[in-house]
Write a protein that binds this ligand. Structure first.
Ligand code: GLU
Length: 444
């Protein structure tokens, strides 16, 4: 089995791309197949080297690897040769119509209530007409003559699928400047590289009809190529995810402190009945089954992904968190704060709270209570029994209980209304800091 993940380096990978990459990786690794990373970079206007590098980096960060890297820009000679072969067999024909002419024709068709299909006028052009036009400085671009058939395949996700080629305009495969288009280069590569399974987004279903026809025209056997189209993700309200895609790039999520395994675990569960759980790609292998992916578009809900991240951090051992925690952070610190984090970088704030400075919350109404609290601070050493001992004593003195007993102390000691368990935080803050913070909160 041979698979490929084929991003175009025209931007950063987002969660939608990551889902496709992950599905290809899981399928390849589960079946012992070979996985290509193919950079679809023939669009020289939009492709960028820094995006290509970022794609590799983001995939590695997710925990994905590949067996071979192919750049389409290295294969231009091969595409040119394939184009010549198609010209020779009469399947690739020159066209001269400008974009304006084509738009005008489409408008006329629309008015006549007909579908805006390319009318193949260029096929009627004689060699003479073509050479005269070229002598006048016109340069042709090239269209593929689609068969008059309906292409069918058994999709691994969508089930039986058919694309009626007579309802589609002959696609342009080669631009006037000689550069080949994705529709074409992808098929040449799938054929040359012996790809057996194409896993990609549902937005490519029509392409699959065209590409299977092209595959056959290039001498391939379409039966050797299996397809799985994953329904596209929608946003939490069911709308297209594309609107929000900038904030859902892997770069941005990583910057926001989301763990890779929260993303992969969440994506792998989408559209399946599996209970979503965080997991690095290799941990997701046992539960992976392309056949169990639903036909309908799953919702991508960032809040659910964040929930996954919380779950992951809650269970993350100190040894794994330590390299990314502030210098000096201890196991006790991690145990105290991890249950309270949305993202790991937030630990820095709690490290400031226990070891650095806080922004005091003025509590003028609590002066008397806080003065009692200060006078009754237990002697050192402090451990996780200290908080209970201290607050029990304060309860007896003040007659307070619940929130009235605890909240002024939490505010004075952490500068926050909420946070990790005070039992665990208090010994980390230590007696000297506790005393100083109580004193500070007594200042008018
Ligand atoms: N470069 C194409 C894309 O990013 C690849 C689609 C395919 O897998 O064939 O949509």
């Amino acid at each position: 089995m041979k698979l490929r993940f084929a991003p175009s380096p025209t931007g950063h990978l987002h969660v939608g791309n990551a889902r496709i990459a992950l599905a290809n990786w899981l399928f390849a690794r589960k079946s012992g197949g070979h996985l290509l990373l193919r950079l679809d970079d023939t669009d020289t206007q939009r492709s960028r080297q820094d995006y290509a590098e970022a794609i590799e980096e983001d995939l590695r960060w997710l925990g994905l690897d590949w067996d071979e890297l192919v750049r389409q820009s290295d294969r231009l000679d091969r595409y040119a040769a394939a184009a010549e072969a198609l010209k020779a067999s009469g399947r690739l024909y020159p066209c001269l119509e400008s974009e304006e002419e084509l738009a005008f024709k489409r408008e006329q068709q629309r008015r006549a209530g007909r579908p805006p299909l390319y009318d193949r006028a260029a096929l009627k052009m004689t060699p003479d007409q073509l050479s005269r036009a070229m002598a006048n400085g016109k340069v042709p671009y090239w269209r593929f003559k689609l068969s008059n058939t309906t292409v069918e395949w058994q999709d691994h996700v969508l089930g039986r699928r058919a694309v009626k080629l007579s309802a589609i305009s002959d696609p342009v495969l080669v631009r006037a400047d000689g550069s080949p288009l994705y529709t074409f280069t992808s098929v040449v590569d799938d054929l040359d590289m012996g790809i057996t399974h194409v896993i990609r987004g549902e937005d490519h279903v029509t392409n699959t009809g065209i590409q299977l026809d092209l595959f056959a025209a290039l001498g391939g056997d379409p039966r050797k190529l299996a397809f799985a189209h994953l329904p596209l993700l929608t946003d939490a309200d069911g709308g297209p995810l594309s609107k929000r895609i900038g904030s859902l790039s892997l770069r941005q999520l990583r910057r926001d402190g989301i763990e890779a395994a929260s993303i992969t675990g969440y994506l792998a569960g989408l559209g399946t009945s599996n209970d979503p759980a965080p997991g690095a790609p290799r941990d997701l292998l046992p539960g992976f089954d392309l056949g169990a992916v639903s036909h309908s578009s799953p919702r991508f809900d960032p809040r659910q992904m964040m929930g996954m991240n919380r779950k992951l951090l809650h269970a993350l051992p100190f040894a794994e968190a330590a390299p990314r925690l502030p210098e000096g952070a201890t196991q006790a610190f991690w145990d105290a704060v991890r249950g309270n984090l949305d993202t790991l970088p937030e630990a820095k704030h709690w490290w400031e709270v226990v070891q650095g400075h806080i922004a005091p919350i003025p509590q003028p109404d609590e002066a008397e209570y806080l003065a009692h609290a200060r006078e009754n601070l237990p002697a050192e050493p402090w451990d996780d029994t200290t908080w209970t001992a201290w607050t029990e004593a304060l309860k007896a003195i003040s007659g307070r209980k619940g929130k009235g007993l605890f909240l002024p102390l939490r505010r004075a000691l952490t500068g926050e209304d909420q946070g990790p368990d005070m039992k665990q935080l208090l010994p980390l803050i230590g007696r000297a800091r506790t005393e100083a913070r109580l004193a500070a909160s007594l200042q008018p």
